[in-house]
Design a protein. Structure first.
Length: 136
Protein backbone atom coordinates (compact mmCIF):
# COMPACT_ATOMS: atom_id res chain seq x y z
CA UNK A 1 0.00 0.00 0.00
CA UNK A 2 2.23 2.73 -1.33
CA UNK A 3 -0.26 5.55 -0.63
CA UNK A 4 -0.34 4.80 3.11
CA UNK A 5 1.51 7.24 5.39
CA UNK A 6 2.04 6.53 9.08
CA UNK A 7 2.96 8.49 12.19
CA UNK A 8 4.63 6.78 15.13
CA UNK A 9 4.26 7.88 18.72
CA UNK A 10 7.42 6.05 19.69
CA UNK A 11 5.51 3.70 21.97
CA UNK A 12 7.17 0.29 22.36
CA UNK A 13 3.67 -1.21 21.97
CA UNK A 14 3.54 -0.09 18.33
CA UNK A 15 6.07 -2.77 17.40
CA UNK A 16 4.77 -5.56 19.64
CA UNK A 17 1.06 -4.91 19.04
CA UNK A 18 1.48 -3.79 15.44
CA UNK A 19 -0.15 -0.37 15.12
CA UNK A 20 0.58 3.29 14.32
CA UNK A 21 -0.41 6.46 16.17
CA UNK A 22 -2.09 7.63 12.95
CA UNK A 23 -2.48 6.46 9.36
CA UNK A 24 -3.31 8.48 6.26
CA UNK A 25 -4.59 6.92 3.09
CA UNK A 26 -5.81 9.28 0.40
CA UNK A 27 -7.61 12.15 2.10
CA UNK A 28 -8.55 10.11 5.20
CA UNK A 29 -6.59 10.17 8.48
CA UNK A 30 -7.37 7.82 11.36
CA UNK A 31 -5.80 8.41 14.78
CA UNK A 32 -5.60 5.47 17.17
CA UNK A 33 -6.86 5.57 20.73
CA UNK A 34 -4.77 8.27 22.37
CA UNK A 35 -3.94 8.14 26.05
CA UNK A 36 -3.16 11.15 28.27
CA UNK A 37 0.57 10.59 28.66
CA UNK A 38 3.15 13.33 28.79
CA UNK A 39 6.54 12.72 27.18
CA UNK A 40 8.06 11.98 30.60
CA UNK A 41 5.47 9.24 31.21
CA UNK A 42 3.55 11.20 33.83
CA UNK A 43 -0.23 11.48 33.87
CA UNK A 44 -2.15 14.43 35.31
CA UNK A 45 -4.98 13.10 37.53
CA UNK A 46 -7.42 15.82 36.34
CA UNK A 47 -9.81 14.46 33.65
CA UNK A 48 -9.89 17.81 31.79
CA UNK A 49 -6.09 17.95 31.70
CA UNK A 50 -6.04 14.35 30.47
CA UNK A 51 -8.49 15.16 27.66
CA UNK A 52 -6.42 18.20 26.67
CA UNK A 53 -3.29 16.02 26.59
CA UNK A 54 -5.03 13.44 24.36
CA UNK A 55 -6.27 16.13 21.97
CA UNK A 56 -2.87 17.83 21.76
CA UNK A 57 -1.29 14.49 20.80
CA UNK A 58 -4.06 13.92 18.24
CA UNK A 59 -3.60 17.42 16.77
CA UNK A 60 0.14 16.82 16.43
CA UNK A 61 -0.39 13.47 14.66
CA UNK A 62 -2.95 15.04 12.31
CA UNK A 63 -0.53 17.84 11.49
CA UNK A 64 2.24 15.41 10.64
CA UNK A 65 -0.08 13.87 8.04
CA UNK A 66 -1.29 17.15 6.51
CA UNK A 67 -4.55 17.42 8.43
CA UNK A 68 -5.78 19.52 11.34
CA UNK A 69 -8.45 19.55 14.03
CA UNK A 70 -10.69 21.34 11.49
CA UNK A 71 -10.64 18.18 9.33
CA UNK A 72 -11.92 15.88 12.08
CA UNK A 73 -15.26 14.28 11.22
CA UNK A 74 -15.52 11.72 14.05
CA UNK A 75 -14.30 11.30 17.60
CA UNK A 76 -14.69 8.52 20.12
CA UNK A 77 -14.16 9.23 23.79
CA UNK A 78 -13.68 6.43 26.30
CA UNK A 79 -14.24 7.33 29.96
CA UNK A 80 -13.66 5.22 33.05
CA UNK A 81 -16.07 7.33 35.12
CA UNK A 82 -19.31 8.77 33.75
CA UNK A 83 -18.93 11.62 36.24
CA UNK A 84 -15.94 12.89 34.17
CA UNK A 85 -18.16 13.50 31.12
CA UNK A 86 -18.79 17.18 31.83
CA UNK A 87 -15.11 18.05 32.31
CA UNK A 88 -13.93 16.00 29.33
CA UNK A 89 -16.84 17.19 27.19
CA UNK A 90 -15.96 20.82 27.90
CA UNK A 91 -12.42 20.26 26.61
CA UNK A 92 -13.79 18.41 23.57
CA UNK A 93 -15.95 21.48 22.96
CA UNK A 94 -12.92 23.80 23.18
CA UNK A 95 -11.26 21.87 20.36
CA UNK A 96 -14.29 20.97 18.26
CA UNK A 97 -16.96 23.60 19.03
CA UNK A 98 -16.68 25.05 15.51
CA UNK A 99 -15.96 21.71 13.83
CA UNK A 100 -18.82 19.63 15.31
CA UNK A 101 -17.64 16.14 14.38
CA UNK A 102 -19.80 13.10 14.99
CA UNK A 103 -18.98 11.88 18.49
CA UNK A 104 -19.53 8.79 20.57
CA UNK A 105 -18.66 8.78 24.25
CA UNK A 106 -18.74 5.51 26.15
CA UNK A 107 -17.98 4.49 29.70
CA UNK A 108 -15.69 1.49 29.94
CA UNK A 109 -14.66 -0.74 32.83
CA UNK A 110 -11.00 0.28 32.60
CA UNK A 111 -8.23 1.54 30.34
CA UNK A 112 -4.77 -0.03 30.05
CA UNK A 113 -3.17 2.22 32.68
CA UNK A 114 -5.17 2.72 35.90
CA UNK A 115 -4.10 6.40 35.97
CA UNK A 116 -5.93 7.09 32.69
CA UNK A 117 -9.44 8.47 33.00
CA UNK A 118 -9.95 9.12 29.29
CA UNK A 119 -8.73 7.90 25.91
CA UNK A 120 -9.73 9.53 22.61
CA UNK A 121 -9.76 8.44 18.93
CA UNK A 122 -10.26 10.70 15.92
CA UNK A 123 -10.93 10.37 12.21
CA UNK A 124 -10.37 13.18 9.73
CA UNK A 125 -11.12 13.80 6.07
CA UNK A 126 -8.94 16.38 4.37
CA UNK A 127 -11.20 18.42 2.12
CA UNK A 128 -9.98 20.22 -0.98
CA UNK A 129 -12.48 23.00 -0.21
CA UNK A 130 -13.21 23.14 3.52
CA UNK A 131 -15.82 25.85 2.90
CA UNK A 132 -18.17 23.33 1.32
CA UNK A 133 -19.69 21.97 4.52
CA UNK A 134 -23.42 21.42 4.12
CA UNK A 135 -25.57 22.12 7.16
CA UNK A 136 -28.96 20.44 7.10
Amino acid sequence: MADRQRVSSGSPFEVTVGYSRAVRTGNRVVVAGTAPRFSDGSVDPDPAAQARSCLEIIAEALGQLGASIRDVVRTRVYLVEASDFEAVGAVHGEYFGDVLPANTTVVVAALLDPRWKVEIEAEAVIQADPGRDIVV
